[in-house]
Design a binder for this molecule. Sequence first.
Ligand SMILES: [Zn+2]
Length: 460
Amino acid sequence: MAPMLRLYNTLTREKAPFAPIDPGHVRVYACGPTVYDAAHIGNARPIIVFDLLFRLLRHLYGEAHVTYARNVTDVDDKINARAAERGITIRELTDGTLATFHKDVRDLGVLMPEDVNMPGERPRFIEPRATDHIVEMVTLIEGLVAAGHAYVAEDHVLFDVPSMADYGSLSKRPLDEMEAGARVEVAPYKRSPLDFVLWKPSKPGEPSWSSPSGIAAPGRPGWHIECSAMSWKHLGKTFDIHAGGIDLIFPHHENEVAQSRCCFGTPVMANVWMHNGFLQVEGEKMSKSLGNFITIREVLNDWPGEVVRLAMLKTHYRQPIDWTVRGLEEANRTLDRWYGLVGDVSPARELPAAVLEPLLDDLNTASALAELHRLDDPASLKAGAGLLGLLGQTRSGREQASVQAAGIDVAAVERLIEERRAARAAKDWAASDRARDGLAAMGVAVKDSKDGTTTWSVIK
Ligand SMILES: [Zn+2]
């Protein structure tokens, strides 16, 4: 029997014990990135939070008994426009952006499919790409039309929202409010302003696929149908947890629910819906126009990924997070202290209960981290932090990572240290000071020990 995990469910607006449909196969879907450009720091939040959920479920139910699917949206208006601009295919564009995304999230200590999947076994982590699932999308769309929940109009297929009696059950928005929002610009082929696109014709030059029956012209899918198709293919018609950012509740997740439930005639799409809160930067909403738009890579140029991960986990995932340099500095000091404590010790075999318990309470990472601060046994600290994806390096490995993150040229540092040593031996104090200033300019501090050796570290 796994210890009791409690999760807040957006569907019921309540925290309740988590009971998987099949404890032998727990299934989780998270909406992943749209890979048209470098991911920003707000995108890193769900990736890190649901990586922690995946780690926790693996701990509770066993590594072979959890499947996590995090999709990649690799076709949409922005992707098509950017690829056309550069004169390349969308696959060429998204392959490049996806490779960057993978490097970003790997640096954030996020588990990757190659870390967890075992040859010859059911995959534990799947990263499906939308363009590899067009056939499933067309099947769903044709099923919805046949069931009377969708209709073809002017080479589009639209979901017929009034055909679903309890549409809106996830976002709990009143129908008239949703209608008022949708009424701003209603396409003439829509029967109701709330109806949303399942399939649309491609413009000349845009990528296109064979359309669902009833439409001769080739077209492309709408965004919402992608996730209904990918979760169905990899996790089934009904699964345990669907996760994503809070901004996806309406319309994206509401529409996913409508599509999947109406196609399969099921009472729910996923039993539990989890949503992470917003991220703002230094007290302001992040936006390109405010000039405070930060990519994950920009942050990783200044800070080791582990510092970013810890800074992110200090706030409970449902709370809004304020992303500040001060928060990163604090996280860095914490990791300095912890690495100093654990040294190169191996983790304890038993997880400290004090750290696990708050995580079982809807991933209360803030409390779990506070408990880690109280631990003074290095092996327990290492084990507890390991569950959060932290303290995975050795102390020397971490030092190297911060050197790399600071972009320091190690050979140049060693040259200046040698110059300084020679100058001091020759009592040329001016030259010695020049070497030290050169090192400081590179962000490096030197320390001379009594036995005559010189060590250096990165100034933070
Ligand atoms: Zn999605």
